[in-house]
Design a binder for this molecule. Sequence first.
Ligand SMILES: [Zn+2]
Length: 78
Amino acid sequence: MPTQVWKCDHCMETNESFDEASNHEKECSFNPVNRYCYSCSNHSNDGFYMFGESYTCLKNQKMDHYEDVGGCPEWKKE
Ligand SMILES: [Zn+2]
């Protein structure tokens, strides 16, 4: 039997609970609203997104803890 799940609009994350899926979406690394590296065009495309740590920022921004400060100041839409 298939199980109904809610899928994040921005990544492959799924959840059986709507509330949890909705909470995830708000803080999803791939949600452009959060202005994180994964949705930023200053983020070098080398490599594969699973290895985000090896990505380089073209603006040389520090690439962590944006969740604490409301996103990267150099974030640019692709
Ligand atoms: Zn997500």
